[in-house]
Design a protein around this ligand. Structure first.
Ligand SMILES: *Cc1c(COP(=O)(O)O)cnc(C)c1O
Length: 413
């Protein structure tokens, strides 16, 4: 059976228009990397670009590079390149800070918009099991008496949207299950209830179709080191719809969000547009690496990435079925309803994941019982799908995962 699947995979790879892009990434020898949704792979162009930024722009250009190398414009420049991937206008996106920090700024700005309207609304509505940092970032605002957290299960969100909800804050593609929210319907429901909407696109951007302006979304944040391949700890990004720019105020009023940072005025005056979402001096090295990743994803194009993502995960599922893998799929079976990942539930998911890693199939484990496999469409092959499914079938059938070394928990999984 595996020979038939490998044969089929070779045919699919031969017909794959994205196949040439794999060679633009630096991937370790024999590994099959199914964790690009956690940390994207290294674009081959990144080290050379970093060398140029470090030795040339920093080493030689020194402080002159703020102008000569346009360091001053990099946050907006990278933001503008991300914009078309998420259905935004170029002046509505800025690349800056971590996703956690960006969540804080945007939640605060949304609460502030509600209070300017005199609505008295303070409730941030989200779902239990949302990515931890998203839920934790509400806590700091709750402590200051500015927010109140409310959680409702996915199918109860619409009815939890009452006149107290200031902001509906959701992660578009769930990090554990890969399930995708209906952005159009939920944005509409929130607006009808008088709430604003914030979408976390960390597991979406670069992998699934997103049309923020098409559905009238208010705010979004996203991650630079997952499908955008910006490198570990790369800056994230913020989207704010143009209609909010004038009334939007975030509390981290640093000098890079000032209308004129280099007039060194004593008084804060927010920049007119999306720039007011910036805070301090941008991390030029991190943004430079992110720009290489974003350029590459933009060049491949989101439509082709989406198409390939769906084809890869569907083929992987097909292979597991043919090979008799008996695991509970918790991701939506319909590829249009999920992100670029498949998650399986098993009591021994941790050990299975470790056994796969020992064979060079790098996926990840999510507590307490989820084996998560991500399919970054920019650099994976159909051959990888067939081989990974074969390893998974083998690990399960042979009972190899029961070896004691595979149940030793590491600090970071
Ligand atoms: C990865 C991820 C983050 C990451 O936040 P950091 O501040 O970069 O650590 C946030 N939210 C979601 C939903 C994520 O998947």
């Amino acid at each position: 059976m595996i020979d038939v699947l490998i044969q089929r995979a070779h045919e699919l790879d031969a017909a794959d228009r994205l196949a040439p892009f794999r060679h633009l990434f630096s991937l370790p020898g024999e590994a099959i990397y199914l964790d690009g949704n956690s940390l994207g792979a290294l674009p081959k162009a990144t080290p050379a670009r970093m060398e140029q930024v470090i030795r040339g722009e920093w080493g030689t250009g020194l402080v002159r590079s703020w102008n000569d190398a346009d360091w001053i414009g990099i946050a907006r420049r990278v933001g503008a390149k991300i914009a078309p991937l998420i259905g935004a206008q170029s002046h509505e996106v800025v690349a800056c800070d971590s996703t956690s920090v960006n969540l804080f700024k945007v939640i605060s700005a949304a609460l502030d918009i509600q209070s300017q309207k005199g609505s008295g609304r303070k409730v941030i509505l989200s779902e239990p099991g949302n990515f931890p940092t998203d839920l934790y970032m509400i806590a700091g605002l709750e402590r200051q008496g500015l927010a109140e957290r409310r959680l409702a299960a996915r199918d109860k969100l619409a009815e939890a949207l009452d006149q107290n909800v200031a902001l509906l804050m959701l992660t578009h593609v769930h990090y554990k299950s890969g399930a995708m929210h209906d952005m159009v319907a939920l944005t509409k429901a929130a607006h009808e209830a008088g709430a604003l909407v914030l979408w976390d696109l960390s597991h979406s951007c670069g992998a699934v179709p997103i049309d923020l302006n098409g559905c009238g979304a208010d705010f979004a944040v996203g991650c630079g080191y997952k499908y955008l391949n910006g490198g570990p700890g790369a800056p994230g990004f913020v989207f704010a719809a143009e209609r909010h720019h004038a009334a939007m105020h975030q509390p981290l009023t640093g000098w890079f969000g000032h209308s004129s940072p280099f007039t060194f005025s004593d008084d804060y005056d927010p920049a007119p547009g999306i720039d007011r979402m910036q805070c301090g001096t941008p991390p030029i090295l991190g943004l430079s690496a992110l720009e290489v990743g974003v350029d590459l994803i933009a060049e491949i194009g989101i439509n082709r990435l989406v198409e390939k993502s769906r084809a890869l995960s569907s083929f992987f599922l097909e292979c597991t079925r043919q090979l008799g893998v008996d695991l509970e799929l918790i991701s939506p079976a319909d590829s249009t309803q999920r992100g670029s990942q498949l998650s399986f539930r098993h009591n021994n998911a941790y050990a299975i994941c470790q056994a796969l890693i020992a064979r060079g199939v790098i996926g990840d484990f999510r507590d307490p019982d989820i084996l998560r496999l991500g399919f970054a469409p920019a650099y994976l092959r159909f051959q990888d799908m067939a081989e990974a499914a074969h390893h998974l079938a083998d690990v399960l059938e042979s009972g190899e995962w029961q070896r004691p070394e595979f149940s030793q928990r590491a600090a970071v999984t």
